[in-house]
Design a protein around this ligand. Structure first.
Ligand SMILES: Cc1cc2nc3c(=O)[nH]c(=O)nc-3n(C[C@H](O)[C@H](O)[C@H](O)COP(=O)(O)O)c2cc1C
Length: 188
């Protein structure tokens, strides 16, 4: 099993990366492969490369720094393209959002990122608090003991859910049948 983790910061190994690394370490301890993908560059070819990786990934984690109390512009631009490219490869796969901030705007950031998961029927994985770390530098994030604990619990919960889904599949539990989408545009 494999989890794709998107780092939505232009800083390759900054605070968001530090948080995602903690999630990845716990997933690895549970026998799950991980890849942290640099999604701070929303160029089409880069998004395409991530969408390609989603074909074989069993779950998704999207991390973003907080910019102006919202996700980074880079990850919004990235995700807008990524979800339409990855489409069916997202459906019914567990997902989680992670935010990194100096101080404020984390819950708004998590809400925006979670909306992509809701649209694609992805079970949303949580921890024992909202998935956030605090700091302006990786060293500050490493001192955020509560934040790092949230990341570890998130990783364990994701590993547990992935194993439950696999056990269910092996026991014959099928993905629910779908319906053709009805789009009413609020017109009666
Ligand atoms: C353009 C910009 C806007 C920011 N806006 C906020 C903000 O609204 N709230 C906040 O707490 N931190 C804000 N920050 C700080 C970052 O969210 C914080 O340093 C984050 O941990 C950086 O993660 P990174 O190292 O992965 O990029 C901002 C940083 C930048 C560069």
């Amino acid at each position: 099993m494999k989890v794709l983790l998107l780092n939505g910061s232009p800083r390759k190994e900054g605070c968001t990366y530090t948080a995602l690394s903690e999630v990845a370490a716990v997933l690895n301890e549970n026998g799950i492969e991980t890849e942290i993908f640099q999604a701070g560059d929303p160029a089409r070819e880069n998004v395409k490369a991530a969408a390609e990786k989603m074909k074989t990934a069993d779950a998704l984690v999207v991390g973003s720094p907080v910019y102006w109390a919202s996700p980074s512009g880079q990850i919004i631009e990235f995700m807008d393209q990524f979800v339409s490219m990855a489409g069916k490869d997202l459906e019914h796969k567990p997902a989680a959002a992670v935010a990194s901030a100096r101080r404020a705007g984390t819950t708004a950031t998590l809400e925006v990122l979670t909306k992509y998961f809701n649209f694609y029927q992805m079970p949303v994985v949580s921890a024992n608090y909202w998935n956030m770390v605090h700091g302006n530098t990786p060293d500050e994030v490493r001192k955020d003991e509560e934040g790092l604990q949230i990341m570890r619990i998130l990783g364990r919960n994701m590993a547990w859910l992935l194993k439950c889904l696999e056990a269910g599949k092996n026991a014959g539990v099928e993905i629910p049948e779908t319906e053709e989408k009805i789009k009413t545009n609020f017109i009666r």
